[in-house]
Design a binder for this molecule. Structure first.
Ligand SMILES: [Zn+2]
Ligand SMILES: [Zn+2]
Length: 143
């Protein structure tokens, strides 16, 4: 029995002329499993648990294919290593400088907050905010 994400992966890869391979399935399932925006290195370590013989080069190749077909986005936040995100809804990222975690932040179209030169047509937004997450923040005692 094929699950729906496998079918979606199949169809999406086929559309851009790529094949759905078992490695690509594993890499995609790793990303869907724990949505904490892992780096390629972390994806590799997790994929290795399922397929001990998988190589780093294969993982890079799979991530590349997933990004190319639009199922996964690359998240680049200042100096940090590239992260991977399977959330294809329009969303931004909050990067915690303290613990290094990356959180999805939902957003309405940010067009209203950004001054886009007149006549320009924005097609894609990339919003990243850095700071401290709720767990890392020193809460000030009010009063
Ligand atoms: Zn934090
Ligand atoms: Zn994300």
């Amino acid at each position: 029995m094929r699950t729906s994400w496998e079918q979606k992966l199949d169809q999406t890869l086929t559309k851009v002329g790529l094949r759905s391979t078992s490695q690509r399935q594993i890499v995609y399932s790793v990303l869907l499993d724990v949505r904490d925006h892992p780096t390629a290195e972390t994806v590799f370590l997790r994929a290795k648990q399922a397929v001990p013989e998988i190589s780093m080069a294969t993982v890079y190749n799979c991530l590349d294919a997933l990004v190319k077909c639009g199922l996964v986005t690359q998240v680049n936040i200042h100096r940090a290593a590239t992260r991977f995100c399977p959330n294809m809804q329009e969303h931004g990222h909050f990067y915690c400088d303290e613990c290094g975690k990356v959180f999805d932040i939902s957003m309405a179209s940010p067009a209203g907050m950004i001054n886009i030169p007149s006549g320009f047509e924005p097609l894609q937004y990339e919003v990243s905010i850095s700071g401290r997450c709720a767990d890392c923040r020193d809460w000030e005692i009010p009063g």
